[in-house]
Design a protein around this ligand. Structure first.
Ligand SMILES: [Cu+2]
Length: 395
């Protein structure tokens, strides 16, 4: 590709868009093909044309929008304010459009999604973690591009499961600052008696709905109550840093040279002093329960917990009731075509699931007795969030 050149345009305007002059074209051709190679004395066709056209005419089945970013303070119980960067849904001007974690993106298996993304300040991206779009739509800045202004990402959500989206510019910092949210891909509603009373997907937040899981032959499980747990840890020192702190400069000849990192940051040193669950923040010594993570269900109901780890450390998730881990990282255990060597895992009350950054999982819980259930550990009863409740709570 050669050009375009700058100058007088057919539209009457001046600017970039002219075909380059024939002599310059000849020079490019000679440089590319050589003067006396195998193609000597051949004729060459040069074609030129407009560059403004619909690049991809695939019609979307679902359209969403997110802007980056909104500045918000996360207020601790002692009054300390931690600066955060949040996603904003420009089509939702209520409080639920700008949240920590970011507003959930919910799609259905088989959707073609168009995500209109705006960078309101500086440059950002959105990476659709685990969805695996094309590299142009994957939002990994270093492998494609960062967004300045607006861009429409296109991807297909062909696999039901729990995924996440997050900014992938200067990722260590921008993810830490709060630019993350859930992507939930629902399976299509099955034509079975249990589907009675369940609305069409995308299923409502909180339930009821269906989740992809080992359950032949349909490989869906109906749940009544749905919860999303998103733990995060915060090094409050990082939240005073600038947009490009400790960012690697681009030097294609020596991409990993130490001198290519700006020195105005500490992203090689993470010391979390605040723990966050579903946007509620606590200092380490603070034992106050996390209200937003509490789950209320009745005996006999099926609870689905989706967790997404937004921390940078190793965490253990514990449930004070028998539970079943049915999927990890968007992959359901035991479900074709990939599940022939895996199977759902039964968890004893209090048995930990170890997770770290960006790991996800789906857990089913079926309470058989009324009560209030914490993390299942004897030493710190009910200090972690699961609270099953019936008409007559005990314990
Ligand atoms: Cu960003």
């Amino acid at each position: 590709m050669v050009g375009p050149a700058e100058g007088h345009l057919a539209s009457g305007l001046r600017g970039w868009g002219r075909m380059v002059e024939p002599l310059e074209l000849l020079g490019h051709i000679a440089a590319a093909l050589g003067r006396r190679g195998d193609l000597a004395s051949r004729r060459i066709v040069v074609s030129a044309g407009g560059t403004q056209e619909a690049i991809d005419p695939v019609p979307p089945t679902r359209q969403i929008a997110r802007n980056l970013l909104v500045n918000r303070d996360l207020e601790l119980r002692d009054g300390t304010k931690v600066p955060m960067w949040l996603f904003e849904d420009p089509d939702d001007d209520t409080e639920s459009g700008t949240t920590l974690p970011g507003k959930t993106v919910r799609t259905v298996e088989g959707d073609i999604v168009h995500a209109r993304v705006g960078a309101k300040t500086n440059t950002h991206t959105i990476h659709w973690h685990g969805i695996e779009p094309t590299s142009m739509n994957d939002g990994v800045g270093k492998h494609s591009f960062e967004i300045s202004g607006n861009f429409v990402y296109q991807f297909a959500t062909n696999q039901a499961g729990t995924f996440l989206y997050h900014c992938h510019k200067n990722t260590g910092l921008h993810f830490e600052m709060g630019l993350y949210g859930a992507v939930i891909v629902d399976p299509k509603k099955p034509d079975i008696p249990e589907a009675h009373g369940v609305p069409d997907p995308p299923y409502p937040a909180g339930g009821p709905g269906f989740v992809r899981a080992f359950n032949p032959p349909s490989h869906v499980v109906r749940y009544d109550v749905e919860a999303l747990w998103v733990p995060d840890d915060i090094d409050t020192r990082w939240h005073e840093l600038g947009h490009n702190a400790f960012m690697q400069k681009c030097d294609p000849d020596n991409p990993i040279a130490a001198e290519n990192f700006t020195k105005d940051g500490i992203l090689n040193d993470f010391r979390p002093d605040v723990f966050v669950l579903n946007g509620e923040a606590r200092r380490q010594e603070d034992e106050t329960p996390f209200e937003k993570a509490a789950i209320y269900a009745r005996v006999g109901q099926t609870i689905l917990v989706r967790y997404i780890d937004a921390t940078y450390t190793i965490n253990e998730i514990r449930v004070g009731l028998p539970a079943q881990l049915i999927a990890e990282d968007g992959y359901p255990f035991g479900v074709p075509p990939r599940g022939q060597y895996s199977h759902p895992m039964d968890l004893e009350p209090g048995e930990p699931v170890r997770v770290t950054a960006a790991m996800r999982g789906d857990v089913l819980i079926r309470p058989t007795k009324p009560g209030k259930f914490g993390d299942g550990r004897k030493t710190r009863p009910s200090s972690l969030p699961l609270a099953g409740q019936s008409e007559a709570p005990i314990g």
